[in-house]
Design a protein. Structure first.
Lengths: 251, 428
């Protein structure tokens, strides 16, 4: 599904290398987690994959089902099936949440040569999916993320994911700012989307999210590289001992 | 104080060849307007309220030529709205294209016909609100209009009008120089919607005076013509009685020079006045909104919401004032003027003013100009919305607060579709 090879990335504005040779392969239906201390390059990896400006790829590649992502516009990556759940979802005053969702769904359908969803059909689907995430009609009417609480914003991200049905989902610190109940709600939403054709990359500081979204593979990232890869037990090891031991191990 | 010779000469050149009938109730009203004009002279670039907008095209003896604009690539605005149509071609009434001037609860007359009568209700409105609006800021072009307007409509509303009255302007001659003057009196408890649209003339001067009586409601939605080369100066003068409602929205797309002035007096307690504008300009575009709202009664509410989208060197101007007179307690005044600059060549000049002589009031104003929010743009694109569509969505979102001032959803949707059309035609 996702194949990252020797990815080197620097900031466009300054001469600062953030990613220094990331290799990562995620198979169809797999859930991978990336953990790591602050400043290790986790969020940069998610931004570079989704096409945010401000980064320069100096070496390497990232393909989704064989297609080179790094040469595509952000909207093309989305149409190809990539989805990033933002760590800080963006507020867009003046654009209704429903309009936003519908525009996005139909734009992707159009890009894939599918027919646009009718207003009636869309409404039915969105209401159903919103209900399971406990997103009420009022939240759907409000401008995108404006005045939403931290938990509401994250739930709204998962609703977008559910509506867009991407094949490769990246969750960037989706647990940040969530209380226990909200984390469960969000995780349930993610777990409901797990299937053989859909893969996940879960970026997090803490092990606790991985109690809810159980990963197949856990990677530890530090200083722009993946320094260790293992099973779910690796996350527990970090939880118990911190990153220091692991960092010392590789140095 | 006598006018300087240069100003006298400029005025003489501008009004040479213009005249008006002296008879009927209208003659003296015009005469008084001419006297006001002669005392003020025409506006010049040095005048305080013309500092950001060069009036030369508006005051020149001859109307600068403006090519007739073909807007047939788009269905006419308000086409789907059931309305009574009144058409003016280059400022001349077109009986054939207009509907019968009859509507239950409304009296409609043409100024050119009604002016000769001895008595008329419009005598208390025509030139009267304009004259009140000359203090403290002089508006000579409005006085010129009151003196020399060739036609217009006089509308008296006594009930709830069954449908909007739609004033449609058509521009057919590239040297036309039109002056129209409309008066509307909405009697107590009555309600009307006035629509205006279309390119009017190469040079267009229009005054709309509106008396909104106690508890009456007046709605005004205007889509100025897409004719790019025109020059237009328009004034709305409104006076509100107790509990009256006045709402005016203007969409402006294109135009080398447009100056829209709104002068509103809240004279009765608990009156509400909202005036809003959305202007979009690309290239040689200069758009000026000049607004003056006077609170002269208690517990009144006023809102000014002006938004401009500018690119390729377009210029936007906003001069907005809220004056709260002594005793106008519990005033709620709001003013926002914002511009979205789509490139670094465009310019927005804003002069917000508050002048408050009452101590228990709530007044706020804000003015900003900025570029498209890149973070929001990326967020939309990351969800699969293509760049152009994402930009359009954000531009419409920027204008949304102004469009929200239109109460009728069908009309608001029509305005939105015009903006979408403009954005599609003026992509980056």
């Amino acid at each position: 599904m996702l194949n990252i090879k020797n990815l080197h990335v620097k900031l466009e504005e300054e001469d600062k290398q953030i990613l220094k040779g990331v290799d990562l392969t995620i198979g169809a239906g797999e859930v991978h987690a990336i953990m790591g201390p602050n400043g290790s390059g986790k969020s940069t990896l998610s931004y570079v994959l989704s096409g945010r400006e401000g980064y320069e790829v100096t070496e390497g590649s990232a393909t989704l089902d064989g297609e080179e992502l790094l040469e595509m516009e952000p909207e093309e990556r989305a149409a190809a099936g990539l989805f990033l759940a933002f760590q800080y979802p963006v507020e867009i005053p003046g654009v209704g949440n429903m309009t936003f969702l519908r525009t996005a769904v139909n734009a992707q359908r159009k890009a894939r040569g599918q027919e646009e969803m009718s207003a009636g059909e869309f409404l039915k689907v969105v209401r159903e999916k919103a209900k399971t995430l406990k997103i009420d009609a009022e939240m759907l009417k409000r401008p995108v993320n404006v005045g939403f609480s931290g938990g509401e914003k994250k739930r709204n991200e998962i609703l977008q994911m559910a509506m867009l049905e991407p094949k490769m989902c990246i969750l960037d610190e989706t647990d940040s700012g969530l209380d226990v109940d909200a984390m469960k709600l969000v995780s349930d939403g993610v777990n409901a989307l797990r299937d053989a054709g859909r893969s996940f990359l879960v970026i997090t500081h803490y092990q606790r999210l991985l109690d809810h979204i159980k990963p197949d593979v856990v990677h530890i990232m530090a200083n722009g590289r993946i320094i260790k890869t293992g099973g779910p037990e690796l996350a527990l090891e970090v939880e118990n001992n911190g990153y220091a031991d692991l960092l010392a191990e590789v140095q | 104080m006598a006018l300087p010779q240069a100003k006298q000469d400029a005025l003489a050149a501008r009004i040479a060849g213009l005249g008006f009938p002296r008879e009927g109730w209208l003659g003296p009203a015009r005469g008084e307007a001419l006297a006001r004009l002669s005392a003020m002279g025409l506006p010049a670039k040095r005048d305080e309220y013309w500092r950001y907008t060069d009036p030369s095209g508006l005051v020149a003896a001859e109307a600068p030529r403006a090519a007739v604009f073909d807007d047939s690539d788009e269905s006419p605005v308000f086409d789907g709205i059931d309305r009574l149509k009144i058409v003016f071609v280059d400022g001349v009434f077109d009986a054939e294209a207009s509907d019968d001037l009859s509507l239950a609860g409304v009296e409609i007359e043409r100024l050119a016909k009604a002016g000769g009568a001895d008595i008329h209700w419009a005598r208390d409105v025509y030139g009267v609100l304009e004259a009140r609006g000359q203090v403290p800021v002089q508006r000579p072009l409005a006085a010129l209009n009151s003196a020399f307007a060739t036609d217009g409509v006089l509308i008296r509303v006594t009930g709830k009008a069954a449908k909007p009255i739609s004033l449609i302007y058509v521009h057919k001659a590239d040297t036309s120089d039109a002056i129209l003057h409309h008066c509307v009196k909405v009697e107590s408890g009555a309600e009307i919607t006035i629509l205006e649209n279309g390119p009017a003339a190469a040079r267009f001067s229009k005054v709309l005076e509106v008396e909104v009586s106690e508890g009456a409601r007046f709605h005004h939605i205007r889509a100025q013509g897409r004719d790019h080369e025109r020059r237009a100066v328009t004034h709305v003068f409104a006076r509100l009685g107790a509990g009256a409602l006045f709402k005016s929205f203007t969409l402006t797309a294109n135009g080398v020079l447009t100056r829209n002035e709104a002068v509103i007096e809240l004279n009765g307690d608990e009156a509400v006045a909202h005036v809003a504008g959305a202007a979009v300009g690309d290239g040689n575009f200069h758009h000026d909104d000049t607004v003056f709202v006077t609170h002269a009664a208690e517990r009144c509410e006023s809102r000014q919401v002006f938004k401009k989208v500018l690119k390729n060197g377009a210029v936007g101007v906003f001069q907005g004032k809220i004056l709260v007179k002594p005793g106008a307690q519990k005033t709620d005044g709001y003013q926002i003027s914002q511009s979205l600059l789509l490139d670094e060549d465009s310019q927005f000049l804003a002069k917000p003013e508050l002048e408050i002589y009452a101590d228990d009031v709530k007044c706020s104003h804000g003015s900003t100009s900025g570029a498209i929010d890149e973070t929001a743009l990326f967020y939309l694109r990351s969800r699969g919305v293509p760049l152009r569509a994402a930009q359009s969505l954000l531009v419409l979102a920027f204008l949304a607060e102004a469009i929200a001032e239109i109460e009728d959803e069908a009309i608001a949707e029509d305005i939105r579709s015009r903006l979408e059309g403009w954005l599609a035609r003026h992509e980056h």
